[in-house]
Ligand binder design. Structure first.
Ligand SMILES: *Cc1c(COP(=O)(O)O)cnc(C)c1O
Length: 383
């Protein structure tokens, strides 16, 4: 790592996803590590992007996003969740969900402020909080049940809590927070006058009839919640990097004000295509989610057959499995070794934690992959 890099970013070296994908490529391994889908995006969405390019949507869009996408996000939030999003003042389009997360954290967190999140946590959260010179307080979700510990949550929150950073459906565990658990979070946010920034990029990827409930729909939470989502996971277009924040105008204003100095805008031709897709979730996305549910079952069964103990996820792209039954005590070392030895790549859950304590033998596998790849990957694990 360069000695020139600012000190606050030094703990955040090369992302483990890049390391494991590099090893997968090097050894021709089946990559069940990084969470990008194998399947093509819905044809209608790709066609809409092609048409927008050809029609000349190739210059800077407005910083808050093109009007048709802001209207589509507002309509989506109203129709799916009953949330009163105003397209003019309640939506900010960003460079992926990552752009919205960065703008939220950098715009809300003063140096020394505290941010509370559940652990394991998506890796960008800790880096963003360090960029803002805040302090991240982590509340463990303990395997195998992954329920929210109300006392641990209350102990992590206090007068310096500026933000509670929530992710449901959750990466890496696939946990979907229940309304009662969301209420525990909401209670702490109200008590300490904190904003909840909620990362809902897997909002449409839930299984077994489990419903995603947005934090902003809880009583009294509209006024203090920034809701973030993105086209990447919803439409299997992770390379497009079109995301958005929505919510009460006063909070979305924070995201928009910060985002204009980060990237200003982007994805001119993709934005109208995402607007088209958001209006057709039932037709374009629900079939993909049903297929994803079958792939989850395939991966869970394959991991069990290989002797691991999977935690069955209710949402998202990933299965966390305990590899202790096959003799793994250091998942990081094992994940560095198996691309070459077994021809499979996966990611240790410790990459989502401050310390490996308590998650030493947990490994994350992605099921947003083709059926063949899942079958081949789990067969290799069994060998
Ligand atoms: C993939 C992912 C993101 C990043 O979304 P982009 O739109 O690609 O920036 C954010 N949060 C979680 C939990 C994710 O899994």
């Amino acid at each position: 790592m360069s000695g020139r890099l600012v000190r606050r970013l030094r703990p955040h070296g090369e992302s483990v996803f890049a390391t494991m994908s590099g090893l997968a490529l090097q050894h021709g391994a089946v990559n069940l590590g990084q969470g990008f889908p194998d399947d093509p995006a819905p044809q209608a969405v790709v066609e809409a992007a092609r048409a927008a390019l050809a029609a000349g949507h190739n210059q800077y869009p407005p910083s808050r996003g093109v009007p048709e996408l802001r209207e589509a996000v507002a309509r989506h939030q109203r129709e799916h969740y009953g949330l009163p999003v105003d397209p003019a003042t309640g939506v900010a389009v960003t460079t992926g969900a990552t752009g919205a997360l960065a703008a939220s954290v950098l715009g809300l967190v003063e140096p020394g402020d505290e941010v509370v999140t559940f652990e394991p946590a998506y890796d960008a959260y800790a880096a963003l909080v360090d960029l803002a010179e805040g302090t991240l307080r982590r509340v463990p979700l303990r395997a195998p049940d992954l329920t929210v510990d109300a006392d641990a949550l209350a102990a992590a929150c206090g007068p310096r809590t500026a933000v509670i950073l929530l992710n449901s459906p959750h990466n890496p565990t696939g946990k979907v927070f229940t309304p009662a658990e969301l209420e525990l979070v909401a209670e702490q946010a109200r008590r300490h006058d904190a904003v909840v920034v909620t990362d809902e990029v897997y909002e449409h990827m839930t299984f077994d009839g489990v419903q995603h409930v947005p934090m902003a729909s809880l009583p009294g939470m509209w006024e203090r919640t920034i809701t973030i989502s993105s086209a990447g996971k919803t439409f299997s277009v992770t390379g497009w990097k079109v995301g958005w924040a929505s919510g009460a105008p006063e909070l979305v204003e924070v995201v928009a004000s910060t985002s204009q100095w980060l990237t200003f805008s982007g994805g001119a031709a993709y934005q109208p295509a995402v607007a088209e897709g958001l209006g057709r979730i039932g037709e374009l996305v629900d079939p993909l989610t049903r297929e994803l549910g079958r792939r989850r079952d395939l991966l869970v069964d394959g991991l069990r057959a290989a002797g691991l103990e999977p935690l069955v996820p209710q949402g998202g792209y990933f299965v966390v499995a305990d590899a202790a039954p096959i003799g793994v005590s250091d998942a990081m070392a094992w994940c560095l070794e198996i691309p070459q030895r077994l021809g499979v790549a996966a990611v240790p859950v410790s990459a989502f934690c401050e310390s490996p304590a308590g998650v030493e033998s947990l490994v994350r596998f992605a099921f947003c992959k083709s059926e063949d790849r899942i079958r081949e990957g789990t067969a290799r694990l069994r060998a």
